[in-house]
Design a protein around this ligand. Sequence first.
Ligand code: SF4
Length: 418
Amino acid sequence: MSGAKLLKETGPREVFCGLTSIVWLHRRMPDAFFLIVGSRTCAHLIQSAAGVMIFAEPRFGTAILEEKDLAGLADAHEELENVVKNLLRRRPEIRTLFLVGSCPSEVIKLDLATVADRLNHHLQGEVRVLNYSGSGIETTFTQGEDGALKALVPLMPNCDEDQLLLVGTLANSVEDRLKTLFHRLGIPKVTSLPPRESTKLPAVGPRTRVLLTQPYLGETARVLKDRGAKVLTAPFPLGVEGSRLWMEAATKDFGIREETVNATLGPLILRARKALQPHIEQLQGKKLFLLPESQLEIPLARFLQRECGMKLIEVGIPYLNKELMQSELELLPDNTPLMEGQHVERQLDRVREQNPDLVVCGMGLANPLEAEGISTKWSIELVFSPIHGIDQASDLAELFSRPLHRHDLLTNNQLAQI
Ligand code: SF4
């Protein structure tokens, strides 16, 4: 491991909860429905996060539970089952239903796994009902995807065939491109989880090699290992270097010759490095502070420091999974302050003291920091943008160079008006 300085802090946090991941999961699997079992706050969060039109038939909803004492719990289970049965009568196209737990105390008392079992028994395979938690007490916003994918793993069929399984939601165009490249490299069977249709789950078995596309899928990786799959460890596919090392982890395991890899990826790497140049000019030497939110912070810090020349002031991360992050940590410069957890007040004090050029943070912190003259980038934007792979490296860099460019323009305008 590199000499990154591992630090920890706890205190008030300012992050989205795991319900947020429903926003990209429901787009990925249009035949699935996400029913949040929660409060009005949860309903407000998901509606504003997803920006749903009032006339649209969304593929998520909230069953709002009012205060219940323990004696009323049996009724609450029954009420929830009735809500689901009504929903399925109205929406016969739903093939997989996720019951998503949240943090209000009356929801925590519910046993969603038992409700899901009972509904599965009643529905006899017509619709599959699964459950996981998106509660803000247990999860940060990207961990909601980990919970949903982990719930799908037991339903995956067995297989005994060599294959590469890409795990984590990607933009469809990016996923297609990565699959094409793996085929060209000589890996014929490449599948993905989550699939584009919730009922077409990929198979898994002892000859399955898993590449995680996202760094927040530790629990899903663990249960895939339990199913016999081999989880390959590598840096994540952000930037030219990370994407190349990520793809090479698979080609090495499949015994593909280095010459083939160089001949296939070499021209793409050259083109991507050229496209990065204008962004490097903007980012080089600028100070970067990452606040913890998305779990993408370490791979981003690695890319922005090694390929774009930024200076890392502090890299915040909601939690550190050393096993999955090992190859990333090895690429960080010695003594990079790596802060696990959050005490938002203290972290903001350090931001002000260090006066960085750019802060990567949650939406709630971005506006106040911008008002203080500090440029920001919302971390949530990174999970909605097609940023994975060699071809996307310059688009990824642009997400960070754009706010700095805007800041320069505003500063020059203000100076011109003096
Ligand atoms: S799950 Fe918890 S943190 Fe998330 S919206 Fe509901 S109440 Fe808020």
